[in-house]
Design a protein around this ligand. Structure first.
Ligand code: SF4
Ligand code: SF4
Length: 217
């Protein structure tokens, strides 16, 4: 092909500039090659009219209600709840230690009736979590999982700090051994935004703009 490219000198402006001139044959070959490539792509595109079930492009957000995620897709961290409504977390803190970003804070308390350490608040920060799954793998009680909720954009980043436990108290393994009449006294309700930062609805504090000092930029 190199013999189809001639080197010439042309006057551009007031200077003689060396240029490479492509022969008409080479140009024709390039054009045919581009057309063949286009035809190949269009053949694949039009083939989907015959087999629509093979189309992989998702019509998001129109198909939001029917979106399917691969089982290993990771989004929101969740505490797993048994059918009876009790979680499995023993507040051992291993997930807290395993997190490379400090996105988890397990706050414990001493159970009023059991006298044992139990979960008070399970704080998780979506704003710093990288969905690495290390916390899920570290949990010896299979108390955690990565959920599929993916539309998590908010205007206030304080809303990205969650309280994952619905109640403070012992895990299902302890609750189920207790007498049913005693169980309500063993637990205390916790809110989704009820962590150490007041993030619950009307309690959101006024956001003040950061002051920029000279030298910060
Ligand atoms: S998924 Fe990774 S980054 Fe997110 S909370 Fe768990 S350990 Fe931390
Ligand atoms: S979620 Fe698992 S690892 Fe984390 S504190 Fe609870 S029991 Fe321990």
């Amino acid at each position: 092909m190199t013999e189809q490219i001639k080197k010439e000198t042309r006057k551009i402006g007031l200077k003689d500039i060396p240029v490479a001139v492509v022969s008409p044959l080479k140009k024709a070959q390039s054009g045919l090659s581009a057309l063949a490539s286009l035809a190949k792509g269009m053949r694949l595109t039009f083939s989907y009219f015959r087999r629509p079930s093979k189309i992989v492009t998702q019509q998001y957000p129109e198909n939001r209600a029917t979106l399917k995620f691969p089982p290993r897709y990771r989004a929101m961290l969740k505490l797993i709840y048994e059918d009876n409504g009790y979680h499995r977390c023993t507040a051992c803190g291993l997930c807290d230690k395993a997190c490379p970003n400090g996105s988890i804070k397990v706050i414990t308390r001493k159970g009023a009736t059991t006298g044992r350490v139990e979960l008070d608040r399970y704080i998780w920060r979506l704003d710093s979590c990288v969905m690495c799954n290390a916390c899920v793998q570290a949990c010896p009680f299979d108390a955690l999982e990565m959920g599929h909720e993916f539309e998590n954009a908010v205007y206030d980043r304080r809303l990205l700090v969650f309280n994952l436990n619905r109640y403070a108290g012992p895990p299902a393994s302890v609750m189920l051994k207790a007498e049913e009449s005693l169980r309500p006294a063993m637990t205390e309700k916790r809110d989704r935004y009820g962590g150490p930062v007041p993030l619950n609805g009307a309690q959101i504090p006024v956001v003040k703009p950061l002051t920029i000092q000279e030298g910060d930029l």
